[in-house]
Design a protein. Structure first.
Length: 77
């Protein structure tokens, strides 16, 4: 049953282009420190993390990429 769930999960994420990032993924993508990311989130200047279950939080890759494009002055994807 677990393998069919993973197959469905992969299909869903690929077709809907939802890619979650952990804090480590956000740090790698932006080169910002943990404290800077959370400070920018608090100030409303960076995408807010989303709580999945319990204390598990993620950011949406598309939102982080949009933020980076804005900071770099790129308007096209």
């Amino acid at each position: 049953m677990a393998s069919s769930f993973n197959c469905w999960r992969s299909f869903f994420m690929e077709t809907n282009k939802i890619t979650p990032l952990t804090l480590q993924g956000v740090i790698a993508a932006t080169t910002l420190s943990r404290s800077t990311i959370y400070q920018l989130c608090k100030e409303g200047r960076f995408p807010k993390p989303r709580r999945l279950l319990g204390s598990r939080t993620i950011w949406l890759e598309s939102e982080v990429q949009d933020w980076l494009r804005e900071k770099l002055g790129e308007t096209s994807k």
